[in-house]
Design a protein around this ligand. Structure first.
Ligand code: COA
Length: 159
């Protein structure tokens, strides 16, 4: 499948919010998407098949730490390598900002996403109990560090 990765702007907020609705039980509104895309701290990229937004990734870098908010691909476009390319582009971009580490949260049962992140070098580093609602579920915290501490795994899930 042919797709092109491009930086997103506020004009893409509606299309991103449509993908949110298709992919998440508590989707971000168009207004929330727009305000995050506009932020100078944020990096949002979309994968376009022709004029159609097939998937997106967004995150924010504050000082030397980056957080990925979401990666999502419309169901009809999945398993074509789109999320993989989006995450690669995102990592390449924030590395140029000299970020030290990228964090993200993922539902413990979201095996496709966990596999995607592990494939791109993320490791588990913590757990947030009942972090998600609708349905209630723990979050796994994952990180990708560029400062030589990637193998540091001093966490447990007994608390
Ligand atoms: C997770 C998601 C973004 C993957 O998007 P995608 O474009 O289909 O993923 P890709 O085709 O780039 O796959 C990359 C890797 O992800 C993993 N993966 C993707 N879909 C998978 C599935 N259904 N089962 C298992 N692993 C899967 C695999 O490791 C895959 O590598 P492989 O193709 O070599 O096996 C997509 O399923 C999605 O939008 N899910 C709903 C939203 C979501 O949960 N986002 C994450 C929030 S934390």
């Amino acid at each position: 499948m042919n797709f092109e990765i491009k930086r997103l702007t506020e004009e893409n907020s509606f299309a991103v919010a449509e993908i949110e609705k298709l992919c998440f039980s508590s989707p971000w509104s168009e207004a929330t998407v727009a305000s995050e895309i506009k932020s100078s701290l944020s990096d949002f990229f979309g994968a376009f098949c022709g004029n159609e937004l097939a998937g997106y990734i967004g995150g924010r870098t504050v000082a030397d730490e980056t957080e990925i908010f979401n990666v999502a691909v419309s169901p009809k476009f999945r398993r074509n390598g789109i999320a993989g390319k989006l995450i690669e582009k995102f990592i390449e971009t924030v590395r140029k900002k000299e970020t030290r580490v990228i964090f993200l949260e993922v539902r413990t049962g979201n095996l496709p996403a966990i596999s995607l992140y592990e494939k791109n070098g993320f490791v588990f580093c913590g757990i947030r109990k009942n972090y998600y609602t609708n349905p209630t579920e723990n979050a796994l915290l994952m990180r990708l560090a560029f400062d030589g501490t990637q193998e540091y795994e001093d966490w447990d899930d007994d608390e």
